[in-house]
Design a binder for this molecule. Structure first.
Ligand SMILES: NC(=O)c1ccc[n+]([C@@H]2O[C@H](COP(=O)([O-])OP(=O)(O)OC[C@H]3O[C@@H](n4cnc5c(N)ncnc54)[C@H](OP(=O)(O)O)[C@@H]3O)[C@@H](O)[C@H]2O)c1
Length: 284
């Protein structure tokens, strides 16, 4: 295990499950000390911390509700009192209501803003204060900030706000050698994707989207965590103010879709049924 008095310190919101949990493990492999935060699943957070330790890192678990400013403050007070400083802050946790714009009530708007956009700014302010040797800030966003799809307006708009803040923070924190970037995910196979396609009444089937993606598969939490891990690393020290899409090409396609074409045009790009699985191919 790395010496926890000299190891880099990272704080990840929402590290009990999904993308945040895999990221915590990857940071553990680099000997990082990780503050594994969660909202309600203390047991899962402990399991995530055990993964970090097994990988070679260390850390603590911490409960936070990012919708509540006082809870965010208490979290950063804990980091300050425990470690005295911070190297990396990943704003990963998110929550929202999935409804058409016409059905969004005042509390949906306020909670989406508070949980996703306000929490990023409040967290980044506190994180930057603790980054005494430069640092890395990454916010996890989604393609709903760039494209409009059913029921995602409240979250997509809040994610777009964090991407705008990413640019402003990059400019203002840059002189302190703190980089600020966003990782924008497409369809990523986690609990929240399952909820979106299987619990939002009337949602289109996920298969109707997957077949249109250039890479023809959902992303994995590993795909996302790898991108965040890269932006947190020394290899990304000259990248700031950017939004990196990890979406299998989702945000570059437009109608008419290749998946909706027919032979002979379709044959030029899409393999016939029963041909080799395109998702199994690897780049040479
Ligand atoms: N999955 C996708 O398809 C997808 C696509 C693009 C972008 N993203 C983005 O990726 C990020 C992570 O998503 P995910 O799918 O990995 O999430 P997930 O599996 O649903 O996990 C959510 C995490 O956030 C925590 N959390 C939820 N509400 C919270 C709150 N109010 N305060 C503090 N923590 C809270 C949860 O803690 P508990 O375990 O204690 O509940 C959990 O650790 C999000 O920003 C999401 O928008 C996801």
């Amino acid at each position: 295990m790395t010496d926890s008095t000299t190891a880099p310190i990272a704080l990840i919101t929402g590290a009990s499950r999904g993308i945040g949990r895999l990221l915590a493990q990857k940071l553990g492999q680099r000997g990082v000390t990780v503050v594994v935060t969660y909202k309600g699943n203390a047991d899962l957070a402990e399991q995530s911390l055990a993964d970090v330790r097994a990988a070679g890192g260390d850390g603590i678990t911490a409960q936070v509700d990012i919708e509540q400013p006082e809870s965010i403050d208490a979290l950063f007070d804990l980091v300050r009192d425990t470690y005295g400083r911070l190297d990396m802050f990943v704003a990963n946790a998110a929550a929202s209501a999935f409804k058409p714009v016409a059905d969004l009530k005042l509390h949906h708007l306020d909670r989406s803003y508070a949980t996703n956009a306000r929490s990023f700014v409040l967290g980044a302010q506190r994180a930057a204060e603790l980054m005494d040797r430069g640092g890395r800030i990454v916010v996890v966003t989604s393609y709903g900030s760039l494209r409009a799809f059913p029921t995602y307006a409240a979250l997509g708009a809040a994610k777009a706000m964090t991407e705008a803040y990413t640019k402003y923070m990059a400019v203002e924190f840059g002189p302190r050698q703190i980089t600020v970037n966003a990782v924008n995910g497409g369809l990523i196979d986690t609990d929240s994707l399952d909820y979106f396609y299987n619990s939002v009444p009337g949602m289109a089937p996920m298969s109707s989207v997957i077949e249109k993606l250039p890479l023809q598969r959902p992303g994995t939490a590993d795909d996302m965590a790898d991108a965040v891990d890269f932006l947190l690393s020394d290899r990304a020290s000259y990248i700031t103010g950017q939004t990196l899409s990890v979406d299998g090409g989702l945000t570059v396609i437009a109608p008419p879709y290749w998946a909706d074409t027919t032979s002979p045009l379709r044959d030029a790009v899409l393999p016939a049924a029963g041909a080799a699985d395109p998702a199994a191919g690897t780049a040479e």
